[in-house]
Design a protein around this ligand. Structure first.
Ligand code: ATP
Length: 898
C-alpha cells in the first residue's frame, strides 16, 4: 500500500540532554517559560504509533480462547533417586559377607539412566530413560536431594506458591527415607521445615507468618476399604467429603523442634509392617501438609507445601504377603495404579485435548484429595525411588516405564488456589475448635452461604471480609443450596482471569476495527492515486497541446496569431436565423463561415501591386464551395492603406475594448478614423443607408475598460456596420449603444452565453424596442481564447441583408468565375467611387477561436439555447446547421495541429 503519510522511524533517538544551543545559559535573558517550552518541545518527541506493525500481526480470532496462565508453562519435574544396593548381613561369623548384587541400572548423566536386564534373560534389552530433572545416584546425600529438588519448591512456597512432592517407587526403594529421613539423615520434610523457620527468623516484624502442620494417612485395614487417620497428636477420626478432609487437625508450629517432633510422632503412628522387602514397610499413603499463612503490609498470602509418601508397590512373590497383608498390598498397589492413571490421563488429555480427562481420581481417596494436582491445576513434582539390584530390575523397569512419560506433563493452567488449607481448616475447626459457632449469612447474589467462624472475636473481621471468607481463608461454608457451586477458585484469581479475558476480547475487537480501517484507507489511497494519475495525464495533454499551439504559431508566417473566433446569429425579415462563424487574425485575415452551409467566406490578404509601383494589402473574401473570384478587386493605394489600417486597428488591440461592426456596404466610412476623432455618432449617422445590423465583431482586450461594456444598436441608425470603441467613442458610462433599425421586429429578448472558460460573456437582451449586448470580460487576455456570442436576431422587414434563402439563391447561380455574394452586395450598396475597393464582408456572425473541438459542443448548446423563442425553427433547420458545423469542423481541422 502506498502510504502518503510519513513512515514511522525505524529507530528513535532520544536526546536526554537538550542540544547545546537549547540549553539555557546564565546570561540568557529569555523568559524562563519560553526556555522551558523550547526544552519541552524538543524533548516531546512522540514516536509514531506502530500501526503497520500491529496490523501486520496475525491474530487468530478464535471464539473460545484459552486463558493462558500468567506463569510460563512448566513441565512436571521428575527426579530419580537410586537407593544404594543393600549389603546382605553375614548369616554367621564363619561365612564371609555376601557380595553385593549386580546393578541393573547405570546412570548415564544427571538426567539419563540405562537399565539392563539380568544377563540370564536374553529376551530383554537394555532401556534408556532420560529427561529426568535430576538423577540422584546411590551415594547422593539427603542434603543434595534437598538442594536440588526441594529448595526451589520451598522458596516458591515461601513466596506464596503451593506445591506437591510425591514419592513413588517400589517397596523398600527409599521413599520414606527420602521424605522423612532419619534422625541422622533428615529427609526433605524436616529440611524444608528448617528452611521455612530460618527464613521466618529473618523476616521483619512487619511480616507475620504462621506455619501450620498437618499429617494424615490413607490406609486400608485388610483391604476393607480406605480409611483416613490423623497422624498428629490427639488426632481423631477424619473423613473425606468431596476432595476435602474433614476433621483433620492442623497444628500451628512455632519452631523446627516442634515440627520435627510432630513428624516423628506421625511417622511412628503411621501404619507399618514387616515384609520381605522392607522391615518397616509403609502400609499407607502418608500426606504431610505445611501451610504458611503470611500477612504483611501488602496483604495476606497463603501457600501449602504437600508431601506424599506413597506405599510402595509390591509383588506378591517378592513380598510373600498372604491373607490380610495380601489384601493390604492390593490396596497399596491399587492406589499407586490410580495415581498413575490420573497422571496418564492428564498427559493424554494435554497431548490431545479432544480426549477427555478421565476421572480416575474418584477411584481412591488419595487421588481425590490430590485432584487439583493430578488434573494439572497445581504445580507438583515427582521423585522416583528405585533399587538398582538385578533382582529389582522388573520393579525398576516397570516404574520407569510408567512414570517417565509424566515428564511431558505441562502445568499450563496453574491455579494458585488455596483449597487445601481451607479444607484443613475445616477439619481443624470441625474436629477441635468448634467452640463458638457463629453463623454468618452472606447474600452473594446467587446463594445464601452460612459461614462458621472460629470465634466471636474474629467475627467482625470476617463479616467485613465475608466474600473472602467464601474463598476459604477464614471461614467454612457449611451449607449451600448447591455445594458444587462453591467457588473452587480464588476470587482474586478469577477476577484477574476475567479481566484478562475481557481485555483480550477488547484488544481483538480493536484490532479488527483497525484492520478494517486500514483496508478502507487502502481503497481511498487507490482512488487518490487514480485521480492523481488522471490529473497528471490531463496536465500532460495540456502541455502537449500548448506545445502544438506554439508550434503552430511558429509555423505561421503571419506575425500575429489567431486571436479569436466569434460566432453570431443573424436573422432577416421572414427569414430564419442563420449563423456564421468567423475566424480572424490580427493581420486582418478573416474566415467567415456560414453555418447553414450556404456559403463559407474566407477573407484573405492579398498584396496588390499598383501601377504606380506601390504595394498594398487587400482583404479578399472567398466563399468555400463557391468559386472564388479569380481576380482580386483593384483598389487605389489610398484605399488599400485605409483598409489595411482599419483591419489592423479593429481586429486586435490589446488592452482595449474594441467593438467592430463591419459595414456591409462598401461605403468608405473609416469608422476607426472617426472614432479616433471622437465623432462616433456622426460616423453612425453616415451609415444610415444600411438596412440592418448583420455583423458584429467584438474584441475584449482591456480589463481597464471596466468589467462591463454595453453595446447596443440605435434604431435610428439604419446601418449594418458600426465600428467604434468604448474608449474612443466618448460615450457616457463607457457604453456603446447599438439599436436595431426602426421597422425591425426584435425577437430575441435575452441571450446570455457563457464562454467555455467562464471568463467572458455577452448578454443580449431586449428592452422594448431596444436591444442591448452586454459584454463582460474579466481578463483582457481572455480574448485570445474565449468564444463570444452576440445574438442580434432581427427580423425587420426593411432589413436588406441577405437571408439564408437569398444567399442560397445567389450562391446557387454562382459558377466558376461568378461573383460572390459580397461582391453583389457591394454592387448594390457601395458608392461608385469605391467600386474598386476590396470587399471585406463579414457575415452577421460572431467569431470564435476554438482551441479544441470541445468548444463546438458549447456552440451547439448555445445555438440551442438561443433558439428560445425560435427554438422550433432551430430544430427544423438542425440538419442545415449540421452542414455548417461540418464546414466549421473542416475549417478547424485544417487549423488544428495533427
Ligand atoms: N538412599 C538411601 N541411603 C541409605 N539407606 C537407604 C536409602 N534409601 C533407603 N534406605 C534404607 O532402606 C530401607 C527402606 O527404605 P524405605 O523404608 O524408605 O523404603 P520405602 O520405599 O519407604 O518402602 P515402603 O514403601 O515399603 O515403605 C530403610 O532402612 C532405609 O534406611
Amino acid at each position: 500500500m502506498e502510504w502518503n503519510s510519513p513512515e514511522p522511524p525505524r529507530s528513535i533517538t532520544v536526546r536526554r540532554n537538550p542540544h547545546r544551543s537549547a540549553r539555557p545559559t546564565t546570561t540568557n535573558a529569555a523568559p524562563k517559560t519560553s526556555t522551558s517550552h523550547s526544552l519541552s518541545s524538543k524533548n516531546l518527541k512522540i514516536p509514531n504509533f506502530p500501526l503497520d506493525d500491529i496490523l501486520s500481526m496475525d491474530i487468530q480470532l478464535n471464539t473460545n480462547p484459552k486463558i493462558p496462565s500468567p506463569n510460563p508453562p512448566n513441565s512436571l519435574n521428575v527426579f530419580l533417586r537410586v537407593r544404594p544396593l543393600p549389603i546382605a548381613p553375614p548369616k554367621s561369623k564363619q561365612i564371609k559377607p555376601s557380595k553385593p548384587s549386580k546393578s541393573c541400572l547405570t546412570i548415564n548423566d544427571s538426567q539419563s539412566i540405562t537399565i539392563s536386564p539380568p544377563i540370564r534373560d536374553n529376551r530383554l534389552k537394555s532401556e534408556v530413560f532420560n529427561g529426568f530433572s535430576h538423577v540422584f545416584s546411590s551415594d547422593s546425600s539427603q542434603d543434595e536431594v534437598y538442594e536440588k529438588l526441594m529448595r526451589p519448591m520451598v522458596e516458591e512456597f515461601l513466596n506464596g506458591r503451593s506445591g506437591l512432592l510425591a514419592a513413588l517407587g517400589p517397596s523398600g526403594s527409599g521413599k520414606t527415607h527420602t521424605v522423612f529421613g532419619s534422625a541422622k539423615e533428615p529427609g526433605l520434610v524436616p529440611r524444608a521445615l528448617r528452611r521455612i523457620f530460618e527464613s521466618d527468623a529473618g523476616k521483619s516484624s512487619l511480616v507475620s507468618r504462621s506455619i501450620y502442620l498437618s499429617v494424615f494417612e490413607i490406609h486400608s485395614e485388610k483391604g476393607k476399604g480406605e480409611k483416613l487417620s490423623d497422624l498428629t497428636p490427639d488426632g481423631s477420626d477424619i473423613y473425606m467429603q468431596q476432595s476435602a478432609v474433614k476433621g483433620l487437625k492442623e497444628i500451628l508450629v512455632k519452631d523446627v523442634a516442634q515440627a520435627e517432633s510432630l513428624l516423628t510422632h506421625a511417622k511412628s503412628k503411621r501404619a507399618t509392617a514387616t515384609t520381605n522387602s522392607n522391615s518397616q514397610s509403609s502400609r499407607s499413603q502418608c500426606i504431610i501438609n505445611i501451610r504458611c499463612a503470611a500477612e504483611d503490609t501488602e496483604g495476606e498470602s497463603e501457600a501449602v507445601l504437600t508431601f506424599v509418601d506413597l506405599a510402595g508397590a509390591e509383588r506378591e512373590k517378592k513380598t510373600g504377603n498372604k491373607g490380610g497383608r495380601l489384601l493390604e498390598s492390593n490396596f497399596i498397589n491399587n492406589t499407586s495404579m490410580v495415581f498413575g492413571l490420573c497422571l496418564r490421563s492428564l498427559l493424554e488429555h494435554q497431548k490431545n485435548p479432544k480426549k477427555p480427562l478421565q476421572k480416575h481420581f474418584k477411584s481412591s481417596l488419595l487421588t481425590r484429595y490430590l485432584r487439583d494436582y493430578l488434573e494439572g491445576r497445581k504445580r507438583m513434582a515427582l521423585i522416583l525411588t528405585v533399587r538398582s539390584g538385578e533382582e529389582d530390575y522388573f520393579d525398576t523397569s516397570s516404574l520407569l516405564r510408567q512414570a517417565s512419560p509424566y515428564m511431558e506433563i505441562k502445568f499450563c493452567d496453574i491455579e494458585e488456589t488455596l483449597n487445601l488449607p481451607r479444607n484443613k481448616r475445616r477439619h481443624q475447626i470441625i474436629g477441635n475448635e468448634q467452640k463458638k459457632r457463629v453463623k454468618l449469612t452472606i447474600a452473594d447474589g446467587r446463594n445464601d452461604v452460612t459461614v462458621i467462624s472460629r470465634d466471636s472475636e474474629t467475627f467482625q473481621t470476617k463479616e467485613a471480609k465475608s466474600r473472602e471468607i467464601l474463598d476459604g481463608n477464614n471461614g467454612i461454608p457449611v451449607s449451600r443450596v448447591d455445594e458444587n457451586l462453591l467457588p473452587e477458585v480464588n476470587c482474586t484469581d478469577s477476577n484477574i482471569h476475567r479481566q484478562y479475558y475481557f481485555m483480550q476480547g477488547f484488544s481483538k475487537a480493536l484490532w479488527v476495527v483497525l484492520k478494517q480501517y486500514k483496508e478502507r484507507v487502502k481503497t481511498m489511497q487507490k482512488d487518490i492515486n487514480i485521480l492523481t494519475e488522471n490529473l497528471r495525464v490531463g496536465d500532460a495533454k495540456y502541455l502537449v497541446m500548448e506545445e502544438e499551439l506554439l508550434k503552430l504559431k511558429s509555423q505561421c508566417s503571419c506575425p500575429n496569431q489567431v486571436i479569436g473566433v466569434t460566432s453570431c446569429s443573424m436573422g432577416g425579415l421572414n427569414s430564419e436565423p442563420s449563423f456564421c462563424e468567423e475566424e480572424f487574425t490580427d493581420h486582418g485575415k478573416v474566415v467567415s463561415t456560414d453555418v447553414q452551409g450556404l456559403a463559407c467566406l474566407e477573407c484573405k490578404e492579398k498584396e496588390i501591386l499598383h501601377s504606380s509601383g506601390e504595394k498594398c494589402t487587400l482583404h479578399v473574401c472567398e466563399l468555400f464551395g463557391v468559386a472564388a473570384p479569380e481576380e482580386p478587386h483593384e483598389c487605389s493605394v489610398s484605399e488599400c492603406k485605409t483598409t489595411n489600417l482599419s483591419c489592423e486597428k479593429a481586429l486586435h488591440t490589446e488592452g482595449k475594448v474594441d467593438v467592430t461592426l463591419i459595414p456591409k456596404s462598401s461605403e468608405n466610412h473609416d469608422l476607426e478614423e472617426e472614432s479616433q476623432s471622437g465623432s462616433v455618432t456622426d460616423g453612425l449617422q453616415e451609415l444610415q443607408g444600411s438596412r440592418c445590423v448583420n455583423a458584429l465583431k467584438v474584441h475584449l482586450g482591456d480589463s481597464s475598460s471596466g468589467p462591463k461594456s454595453i453595446l447596443s444598436v440605435d434604431e435610428s441608425i439604419d446601418t449594418d456596420f458600426i465600428l467604434t470603441s468604448p474608449h474612443k467613442a466618448n460615450l457616457s458610462s463607457n457604453e456603446l449603444k447599438i439599436f436595431s433599425p426602426h421597422n425591425h421586429q426584435v425577437h430575441q429578448s435575452l441571450m446570455e452565453y457563457q464562454t467555455p472558460h467562464d471568463m467572458s460573456k455577452i448578454d443580449c437582451h431586449e428592452s422594448g424596442q431596444r436591444k442591448k449586448c452586454d459584454i463582460q470580460s474579466t481578463d483582457a487576455a481572455a480574448c485570445l481564447h474565449r468564444s463570444h456570442v452576440v445574438d442580434l436576431i432581427d427580423q425587420g422587414e426593411s432589413c436588406g441583408r441577405d437571408t439564408p434563402n437569398n444567399i442560397d439563391k445567389e450562391n446557387a447561380g454562382n459558377g466558376p468565375g461568378s461573383k460572390s455574394r459580397l461582391e453583389k452586395k457591394e454592387t448594390s450598396h457601395s458608392k461608385p467611387s469605391k467600386a474598386g475597393r476590396p470587399k471585406r464582408r463579414l457575415m452577421p456572425a460572431s467569431s470564435l477561436l476554438l482551441r479544441d473541438t470541445g468548444s463546438i459542443g458549447a456552440i451547439e448548446e448555445n445555438i440551442h439555447f438561443r433558439g428560445g423563442k425560435g427554438g422550433q425553427k432551430l430544430v427544423e433547420d438542425e440538419h442545415k446547421r449540421t452542414k455548417g458545423n461540418a464546414c466549421l469542423m473542416r475549417l478547424l481541422k485544417n487549423h488544428l495541429p495533427r
